[in-house]
Write a protein that binds this ligand. Structure first.
Ligand code: KG4
Ligand code: ZN
Length: 403
């Protein structure tokens, strides 16, 4: 894949060299169950502004299955994407000719959906003769704090969604070092499976949090997997199993039982997050010096108890907690457009043969001066956890234990 420089920018500096007009980038997101498009402006100073941000969630289509069904997701993206892009352009009051680039999430994610977005973006780029920027979805989460809070490098990112759990040193655009990940379930996935087990709605995270606030966490002694370990990795399957065994032991479950189980689960996971992020920050300091911030992203960052714990950990590490607003923590088009603009400013554009990736570890994302990485081994931890519905994702054998 060749590296094409956007006219007016130098790859070395990532700054405007001539024309000082701001850059306008369309971003397209279809890697999971949100169909999203947005237009973002990046000023020559590096400041960002969202001109439009349109997100269509497919939650209702997947709720009955307790997880995302890949084929249903891909079809829903096909049906909705044109309209969503049109809405984003109208809201931004722009025609395609005004854009400087077309950014699209080219993975990691459910491949059918990724292909829908990528093909659409390529078609727009081809017709409008604008540069295409194939963005890594995780990179977009990683860079969002620069759009919302102008956070400067280097910072430590805690990304926790339904598909991902990672602690990342964000050192520059295209320069990421993974400090921790999950060995099995993603944190959001663990919340979702807990919700499903206890007969709550999908997605489980917000429901579990709601129940937990009125529950007694001390009633059940659940494990804190990995607590105190020297690395910054997570493992949540043991907690999930312990919760299931407790639920089965006292079944049928009454309302109070559900509240107490949710509270015990949430308390355990919050303690584990605090401990793992503390270790991640320690590893960051040792390898990269003091981070400018601890940034939280992904749907789980919407959880109050999680945010409070992260706040404490950040203070302990003498850094600040930065959490983008909830609608920018969860999947959206603005983060893709912004990551595209950051890459475009550095001349990091892609050609029309850019590939869709089901797996795409951040360590394989191209930065300035790095060759296109090819054929690297991919570990299971680098792909999204099994957010998809299906036998392995159901995980709650026998389904709900609620009466
Ligand atoms: O980032 P996101 O919207 O989508 C992806 O997974 O890509 O994250 C959704 C995940 C779901 O697993 C959901 O249960 C979880 O974030 N989540 C929460 C909360 N809100 C959403 N988990 C815990 N507490 C919440 N309040
Ligand atoms: Zn995401």
């Amino acid at each position: 894949m060749s590296l094409a420089l956007h006219p007016g920018y130098t790859a070395a500096e990532g700054v405007l060299t001539g024309d000082a007009t701001p850059m306008l980038v369309l971003g397209i997101e279809t890697t999971c169950d949100e169909t999203a498009a947005a237009v973002v402006e990046r000023a020559a100073t590096g400041a960002g502004r969202i001109l439009s941000d349109v997100v269509l969630s497919q939650i209702n289509e997947h709720a009955a299955f307790g997880g995302v069904v890949p084929e249903i997701a891909a079809r829903a993206h096909v049906e909705a994407l044109d309209t969503i892009i049109d809405k984003a352009m109208r809201k931004a009051q722009l025609g395609f000719a005004a854009l400087d680039g077309i950014a699209v999430a080219a993975g990691p994610g459910l491949i059918g959906g990724v292909l829908v977005g990528l093909t659409t973006a390529k078609a727009i780029a081809l017709v409008t003769e604008k540069p295409l920027i194939a963005v890594n979805h995780l990179e977009a989460h990683a860079l969002t704090a620069r759009l919302t809070h102008a956070t400067t490098f280097p910072y430590c990112l805690f990304l926790a969604s339904g598909g991902h759990t990672q602690i990342i040193a964000v050192l520059g655009v295209g320069n990421y070092v993974r400090l921790g990940t999950t060995l099995d379930d993603a944190i959001g996935e663990a919340f979702d499976k807990t919700g499903k087990l206890l007969g709550l709605g999908y997605p489980g995270g917000p429901e579990v949090e709601k129940q937990a606030t009125a529950g007694n966490a001390a009633r059940f002694a659940l494990p804190r997997p990995m607590l105190g370990r020297a690395h910054a990795d997570f493992s949540l399957s043991g907690l999930k199993t312990a919760l299931r065994l407790e639920a089965e032991r006292i079944a049928p479950l009454g309302e109070e039982d559900v509240r107490d189980l949710c509270a015990a689960f949430q308390q355990s996971i919050v303690e584990v997050i605090a401990d793992r992020v503390r270790m991640g920050l320690k590893a960051f300091q040792e390898r990269h010096g003091r981070p400018t911030a601890l940034v939280a992203a992904g749907g789980v960052a919407a959880n109050d108890a999680v945010r409070q714990a992260l706040q404490r950990v950040a203070v302990e590490a003498s850094t600040a907690l930065v959490v983008p607003p909830p609608q920018l923590c969860t999947d959206n088009g603005a983060m893709i457009a912004w990551a595209g603009a950051e890459r475009l400013a550095l001349g990091l554009t892609d050609t029309l043969d850019a590939a869709a990736h089901a797996r795409w570890p951040l360590s394989e994302v191209r930065g300035v001066g790095t060759a296109e990485p090819a054929g690297k081994a991919v570990s299971a931890a680098d792909q999204p956890a099994s957010k998809a519905a299906g036998p392995q994702a159901a995980g709650t054998k026998g389904g709900s234990v609620r009466p």
